[in-house]
Design a protein around this ligand. Structure first.
Ligand code: C5P
Length: 228
């Protein structure tokens, strides 16, 4: 399967996360964000690696270039499959992250405009035009040597057009037609996101909150395989 599934482990304890991981032998990649990383004092990453799983470390670094370089060194040294930085940190900061991760086989991704933003929230910061801003930040990340971006499914076509076929696109905001929408606003089904060219789909609650998480995951994997 070309497009891969990443399950978001949004839990306040490692034991809850572990219980889910055990239920999902078919899932190979898990996302660890700020909540679980802090709650487990970083152990979630090594625990997942011990179980043969790959990790998307979603800590969205954004600081001065030197600080991000040091953090990126630590992230890459933990053997994660991918980690991310905010493109808003600028060229120099992104370059430091890429150089720090170079010795390891780790993908460095950029977050462009958070999907929680709309035109009004962007304007409050003195900026405008989400689409143009996303395209500019994705190009800057690509020019700087990053491997790809985390993006809303609504932005896949624009990023593909701007950055070409080899730039990785990792998409949250995915909802199968049978799952609850929760607080996600601009969603797509796995099938639609795949058609547009996403490389990885990040899915949390449709699996983690399902009555039978394994059944939900297998249903999504099947939907993905059928649409390759
Ligand atoms: O439960 P759900 O499928 O909405 O989870 C999606 C995951 O992706 C969550 O961990 C959320 O924080 C994350 N995420 C997102 N939108 C972004 C970046 C990350 O929903 N732009």
């Amino acid at each position: 399967m070309r497009t891969k599934l990443i399950v978001a482990l949004d839990y306040p304890t490692w034991s809850e996360a572990e219980a889910l991981v055990q239920k999902l032998p078919e899932v190979k990649i898990f996302k660890v964000g700020l909540e679980l990383y802090l709650a487990s004092q970083g152990q979630a990453v090594s625990e997942l690696k011990k179980r043969g799983k790959e990790v998307f470390l979603d800590l969205k670094f954004h600081d001065i270039p030197h600080t991000v370089r040091q953090a990126a060194c630590q992230a890459a040294a933990q053997g994660v499959l991918m980690f991310n930085v905010h493109a808003w940190g600028g060229r120099e900061m992104m370059k430091e992250a890429v150089q720090a991760a170079q010795a390891q086989d780790t993908l460095v991704l950029a977050v462009t405009v958070l999907t929680s933003f709309n035109e009004a929230t962007l304007q409050e910061l003195g900026l405008k035009n989400i689409q143009k801003t996303v395209a500019n930040l994705a190009s800057l990340a690509q020019e700087t040597g990053l491997d790809g971006v985390v993006a809303s499914p609504q932005e896949i076509a624009l990023i593909r057009k701007t950055c070409g076929p080899d730039f990785k696109i990792v998409c949250p905001g995915i909802r199968p037609h049978w799952a609850a929408i929760n607080d996600q606003k601009r969603i797509m089904t796995p099938k639609e996101a795949l058609k547009l060219g996403a490389d990885y789909l990040v899915i949390g609650r449709p699996i983690t909150k399902a009555a039978d998480p394994r059944r939900a995951a297998l249903r999504i994997i099947k939907e993905m395989e059928e649409n390759e």
